[in-house]
Design a binder for this molecule. Structure first.
Ligand SMILES: [Zn+2]
Length: 391
């Protein structure tokens, strides 16, 4: 009886320790009194927890806070680089890798832009380069692991990609095998849109309660549904394929085998293809379209406005269906800037059921370039705050 009771007490103490860490994760610094108030637990318990965590190097003293009529209070804060994690986003156009600390500060960033007609060899060589550089700059004892955010369908159990419509050279690429053979480690793998939603939940503290829809517009169109801090309607770290829902019956052929998918109406590939036809330039790149559009030129206005309209319609339909508190637009298409975002917004206004639009906020993510890599890394980072074995 006695031993069991002691075990429970120990568990309560460890749970309290995790709760204190989670408060300090989102707050810059706090005094012990403030922390005790926040957690609604005795000051003596907080003193014991903070002493223990300071001795382990997870927390550190952060100066004195003057208090009215009393002794100055010592503040404590999380040692953000106590542990680190690597996140890498695989996309058809680029590989973006980051080394992050526990608070999502990017310590090192690596990026490689890929060729359009990419072969498997170029891809694996670039991935090896990025992963090697990031692993090379992180102290071994601090590394929590590597998280991968990938495009294309994949099996959550095996980590093997399926048929990758946007980049056939990567069909059935085995991500786990690649990391096992080259770096002797097992990465955590997740879908890129799923990872962007994880980033919003974990590093860009979205309110813990309420719902949001995140739309990831780039080479494809992904959508994640988040309710009370949990991603729902997804299996095996995949989210739904909004980009492959049919929006135009008997429309243009899509790489997935169907016709008239949303991705044939709005995606980087579609904009690029239409811009090439317009300028009769076979090598015109999306980046050049972005440059022209961002500088205020009207050459590609119609093409981009058409894509924005379809995207706005798709978002409006999802809002009508799920009635979220908030919508976040993210992804590589945001390179098109404020004009594009306004066009998408206009289209949402046009098609959404107006009563649902009133209470909802729409924002765009400024960190779309790194958010998938950070979201993948958050899979490792959150273990420190959720699993007592890391303490
Ligand atoms: Zn399709």
């Amino acid at each position: 009886m006695c031993a069991k009771g002691l075990l429970q007490l120990k568990n309560i103490r460890l749970r309290n320790t995790l709760s204190a860490l989670n408060v300090l994760r989102v707050r810059d610094m706090l005094s012990r009194v403030e922390l005790a108030r926040e957690l609604n637990c005795p000051g003596t318990a907080i003193t014991r927890i903070s002493r223990e965590l300071i001795s382990k190097g997870i927390l550190k003293p952060a100066g004195l806070l003057e208090s009215k009529g009393g002794r100055p209070r010592e503040q404590i804060e999380l040692v953000a680089d106590w542990k680190k994690a690597i996140g890498i986003e695989l996309s058809p156009h680029r590989l973006t890798g980051i080394l992050t600390d526990l608070k999502g500060h990017i310590l090192v960033r690596e990026e490689i832009f890929l060729n359009e007609r990419l072969g498997l060899e170029e891809f694996t060589h670039s991935l090896e380069l990025i992963a090697g550089r990031l692993l090379g700059v992180c102290e071994e004892e601090k590394l929590l692991g590597v998280g991968i955010a990938t495009f294309g369908p994949f099996s959550g159990e095996s980590g093997i990609l399926g048929k990758v419509a946007a980049c056939p050279a990567l069909d059935y690429f085995d991500i786990r095998k690649f990391f096992a053979e080259n770096f002797a480690l097992t990465p955590q793998i997740t879908d890129a849109t799923y990872a962007r939603a994880l980033y919003e939940i974990w590093f860009n503290p979205a309110p813990a309660r309420g719902s949001f829809l995140l739309f990831d517009a780039g080479a494809g169109i992904g959508c994640a549904t988040v309710f009370d801090g949990q991603i729902v309607f997804g299996k095996y770290s995949n989210v739904g394929e909004l980009g492959h829902t049919v929006y135009k019956i008997d429309g243009e052929a899509c790489a997935c085998g169907k016709k008239g998918c949303l991705e044939t109406l709005c995606s980087i590939g579609v904009i690029e293809r239409k811009a090439r036809a317009l300028t009769k330039s076979k090598k015109l790149k999306f980046a050049e379209v972005v440059k022209s559009y961002a500088s205020g030129k009207d050459e590609f206005n119609e093409i981009i406005a058409d894509s924005a309209r379809w995207l706005g319609l798709a978002i409006a339909n999802q809002i009508n269906f799920l009635i979220p508190d908030k919508v976040i637009l993210t992804g590589e298409m945001l390179q098109l800037g404020e004009r594009f975002f306004e066009k998408v917004n206009e289209s949402i206004e046009e098609y959404v059921f107006s009563a649902f639009r009133k209470e909802m906020t729409l924002s765009k993510s400024d960190s779309w370039r790194e958010s998938a890599a950070l979201g993948a890394a958050s899979l490792l980072v959150r273990k420190v705050f959720e699993d007592i074995k890391y303490l």
